[in-house]
Design a protein. Structure first.
Length: 116
C-alpha cells in the first residue's frame, strides 16, 4: 500500500523558514515525480509546486516563486519543500501528492502557520 507521510510543519514568524518533508513508501518519486498542495481555511486546495522524477524540473505557483524550492532525495525517497520568506498568506495545511499508474495518492497533511 502506497503511503505518503509529511512532516516539518509548525508555527513560524513572518519572514521565517520551514522545510517540509514527504517520505514515500511503495512509491518511487524517481519514476513519477511528486507535488505539494496546500489548503488554507475556507479555500480550495491548490497546487503549490511539483517536480519531475529526474528532479531536474520544478514548477511553482506564482505566489511562491523565488521563495520556495523543491528537491528529491533519491536514496531516502523523500521530497523536501524549502519555504523561505514566509508570509501569513502561506498559512495552510500542506499536502504531499503523487500520481502513478495505479492512482493518485495523498498524505494526511502538515499544518503551517505563519504568524507573529
Amino acid at each position: 500500500q502506497v503511503q505518503l507521510v509529511e512532516s516539518g510543519g509548525g508555527l513560524v514568524q513572518p519572514g521565517g523558514s520551514l522545510t517540509l518533508s514527504c517520505i514515500a513508501s511503495r512509491f518511487a518519486f524517481s519514476r513519477h515525480g511528486m507535488s505539494w498542495y496546500r489548503q488554507a481555511p475556507g479555500k480550495e486546495r491548490i497546487l503549490v509546486a511539483n517536480i519531475t522524477g529526474t528532479g531536474m524540473t520544478t514548477n511553482f505557483v506564482e505566489t511562491v516563486k523565488g521563495r520556495f524550492s523543491l528537491r528529491l532525495d533519491f536514496i531516502r525517497n523523500t521530497a523536501y519543500l524549502q519555504m523561505n520568506s514566509l508570509r501569513p498568506e502561506d498559512t495552510a495545511v500542506y499536502y504531499c501528492s503523487a500520481r502513478g499508474p495505479t492512482g493518485t495518492y495523498w498524505g494526511h497533511g502538515t499544518q503551517v502557520t505563519v504568524s507573529s
